[in-house]
Design a protein around this ligand. Structure first.
Ligand code: GLN
Ligand code: ZN
Length: 759
């Protein structure tokens, strides 16, 4: 019989129960036992679902209170010193993830650990901090308790652990000149102890995740695997799990390791199957990750069956069937989507449904006729969908083909454009602006929700929104900003808003996916050709412009960001979707400038995270991503100023592509890193205008005039002052009005003082 399992299940609960439980606990409304009750219920539910679907193993250890990397740190007793007081305690974990509570004293508590993206997903993990004095000691019983609980319920349990090398690799040194890899021997001792405990619990297989094996690793890292897996070898069998890309490049190392099986991601890299199966050591199992854990489409079980059948014939029971990666990255349960038309619903599978896909496929591989029949029928709806919803219309193809020739260049070069823009916009030296959103107060959210529920009609909604816009414009004028925005009160989310207003997307009601801690996102799904049937933002922007003589900046989300933050189709190249989005946005740009909006910002905060994991695929991605952005801006007249915005600071590797976007102005995040980012601009002479953020919007602190001034000064040493803008790091939607107005006053004042000094 084919063995089946998944690499992990979502832990937020079907209706984000964990999110709400965490937040009420953090707010002091509930105690730890109430929080634990919610978590227990979720875990039991997840296990029994896997058991009901007859998976060979249920997975334990995939639950996380905040993040699974942070959970690993606690398991290993590896907590930053500044937070270690009181450990082991759940509150320690929350302090590392969220920082010390600032309640009461008004002073700052100890800082949270950094958070960063989990490979190329939209999930964020807490970065482990390493220094030479670190020790590791198994001190947090959560994993063992969970195994115990699952066993008590009669489940056959396969626990999951983040592997020692990935754990080290994903962390960072917090000590000058220290090399974290030197901690490996100490770390391995702790892993040995973990394995020994698993053995005592009667665990047969443990899943050890080493996703870094899908990266292009330096030799020292790669060479360390051998020792590591020799040391932690015990009686428990090890399934070495990799995901998110192919391991063909590291296969030489892998096949030499002392483990008992390998899991590969066949959704991300199906092409690796043949080589991996070929070179698989004789006594290993191969876990085939065919059910995509990173998207919401039904698996084409029939073609998966055909793909795996020859491998099954060769390997027999050594072939396992699994999800491609943890199901953490998909929404929980499709059945909750009562608003979806049946036809559409039949295209999708969320985590809960994916578990049964794994099982059906395995049964079919075992030759079960009913299952084979089921697999064939199950795939039918997605095949039909392909025919009915994706045509990539000839006129769209033609438009894109026409653009290919010119790779989306605007009609004039930056220098000429800048000249025209100066005449039209008449902006002062060091112009001040913001990134788009202004505080989303409870009132704003209530109006949007009421309209969505149908409690108020469009006329009422519109006049309420206009009220918010008017207020936002007046406040910006009072503060004295040079380029204003309408404030984005109508947007719940910068991507969902466009998805809701474009043809070709399906939005869901409960399709939440964990982003970090208790935060979840609800990505829309690309289901068909993307088209813009009517203007989306023009009405709001022109209304805002009618209220002021200052230039009003139109606000769009760029094609690459919309693509990165939605679930794309699996049967259409990402580039094609990006181009369709770009054309839709291009029409919006044309309409905005037609309506008298002379500055348009096209946000691309996600362009960097869309980078493929392997460096040899970067250029291809960057080429089409840059082109998609340029297509969106292509119809802008020379005198229309195009802005873009990105909110991160690791620019170095993509700086040339950022320049190639050819936006007239780019605003970026810099204040948190104290302008460190500008180092990237030292070696590379960025040709256009830049607004390095001088106000850290992630903190409630109000930056002083002097602070802002010294940041601008610093920036001016790298970028000619004629090309510098003054603005916050990012949008202000999470801040309150009081902080925002105070901070922006300081920002305007700092710019004014510098202008005076400089002229
Ligand atoms: N215009 C958006 C805002 O201000 C940009 C958000 C982002 O960069 N993530 O909210
Ligand atoms: Zn931003």
């Amino acid at each position: 019989m084919t063995v089946t399992h998944i690499l992990g299940y979502p832990r937020i609960g079907e209706k984000r129960e964990l999110k709400f439980a965490l937040e009420s606990y953090w707010n002091g409304e509930t105690d730890q036992s109430q929080l634990k009750q919610v978590a227990d219920k979720i875990k039991l539910h997840n296990w029994s679902h896997q058991d009901n679907c007859e998976l060979s193993y249920v997975t334990a250890g995939d639950f996380a209170w905040y993040d699974h990397v942070l959970g690993t740190s606690l398991l290993l007793g590896h907590v930053p010193k500044r937070h270690a007081k009181g450990f082991p305690d759940l509150d320690t974990l929350f302090r590392v993830g969220r920082g010390q509570s600032q309640s009461g004293c008004g002073c700052h508590g100890e800082a949270a650990s950094d958070m960063t993206k989990w490979f190329n997903t939209n999930y964020h993990y807490i970065v482990p901090e390493f220094s030479s004095r670190d020790t590791f000691q198994v001190s947090w019983p959560q994993l063992f308790d969970e195994i115990n609980e699952a066993q008590q319920k009669g489940h056959r349990v396969k626990p999951v652990l983040l592997g020692p090398l990935s754990y080290l690799y994903l962390g960072k040194e917090v000590e000058e000149g220290f090399d974290r890899l030197t901690l490996l021997p100490r770390l391995l001792t702790a892993y040995q102890a973990i394995i020994a405990k698993l053995e005592k619990l009667g665990v047969e297989w443990v899943q050890i995740d080493e996703p870094i094996l899908a990266l292009e690793l330096d030799k020292v890292w790669l060479d360390s695997f051998k020792l590591a897996y020799q040391v932690i070898r015990g009686e428990v069998k090890v399934l070495l799990t990799t995901y998110f890309d192919s391991v063909v490049d590291t296969l030489d190392t892998i096949v030499d390791l002392e483990v008992d099986g390998l899991h590969v991601d066949l959704a991300a890299a199906p092409e690796q199957l043949e080589q991996v199966a070929e070179r698989l050591p004789d006594d290993w199992v191969l876990s085939a990750g065919v059910v995509n854990g990173r998207n919401v489409w039904r698996a084409n079980l029939y073609s998966a069956l055909k793909q795996l059948q020859p491998v099954k014939d060769r390997l027999g029971d050594r072939l396992w069937v699994a999800s491609s990666c943890s199901l953490l990255h998909t929404p929980v349960d499709l059945e909750l989507e009562t608003g979806l038309p049946t036809v559409t619903k039949n295209w999708f599978a969320f985590a809960k449904q994916k578990v049964s896909e794994v099982q059906w496929l395995a049964k079919a591989l075992d030759g079960d006729d009913v299952a084979i029949q089921y697999c064939a029928q199950y795939s039918q709806p997605i095949i039909e969908r392909d025919l009915s919803t994706w045509v990539n219309k000839p006129e769209v193809q033609k438009r894109i083909a026409g653009l290919n020739l010119k790779s989306g260049l605007r009609s004039a070069q930056y220098r000429q454009r800048a000249h025209h823009q100066k005449e039209v916009l008449k902006l002062p030296l060091l112009p001040t602006t913001t990134i788009g959103s202004f505080p989303q107060t409870g009132e704003v959210r209530n109006v949007r929700a009421a309209y969505k529920r149908g409690d108020i009609d469009f006329a009422n909604y519109q006049s309420a929104m206009q009220g918010f816009i008017k207020d936002t414009v007046e406040r910006q004028e009072a503060v004295g900003l040079d380029v204003l925005v309408h404030g984005e009160a109508e947007r719940n989310d910068m991507v969902e808003y466009f998805a809701e207003n474009l043809e070709g997307f399906q939005t869901t009601q409960f399709g939440w996916v964990q982003s970090y801690g208790s935060r979840c996102v609800k990505p829309a799904i690309v289901v068909a050709d993307i088209e813009r049937k009517k203007p989306i933002t023009v009405e709001w922007s022109t209304y805002a412009q009618s209220l002021t003589d200052k230039p009003m900046k139109g606000m769009l989300t760029g094609p690459v960001t919309i693509l990165c933050w939605t679930f794309p189709r699996e049967d259409v190249p990402r580039e094609t979707i990006a181009n369709q989005l770009a054309l839709a946005l291009q029409d919006e740009v044309s309409d905005l400038q037609q309506a008298g909006i002379n500055i348009i910002q096209i946000d691309e905060p996600a362009i960097r995270e869309g980078l493929p994991l392997k460096a040899n695929k970067h250029q291809d991605y960057l080429d089409w991503a840059v082109k998609a952005f340029r297509i969106s801006a292509q119809t802008a007249k020379p005198e229309t100023q195009i802005h873009t915005h990105m909110c991160y600071s690791e620019f170095n590797e993509i700086i040339e592509s950022v320049a190639a976007l050819d936006a007239d102005v780019i605003t970026i995040e810099t204040s948190r890193s104290n302008m460190e980012l500008l180092n990237a601009f030292e070696a590379f002479n960025y040709p256009n205008e830049i607004g390095p953020g001088v106000y850290d919007i992630h903190s409630p602190n109000i930056p002083s005039v002097e602070w802002i001034e010294q940041l601008i000064h610093k920036a001016a040493t790298r970028i000619p002052v004629e090309r510098l803008w003054v603005n916050p790091d990012c949008g202000l939607k999470t801040r309150n009005w009081e902080e925002t107005e105070q901070s922006l006053k300081h920002l305007v004042q700092a710019a004014a003082q510098l202008r005076e000094k400089l002229t």
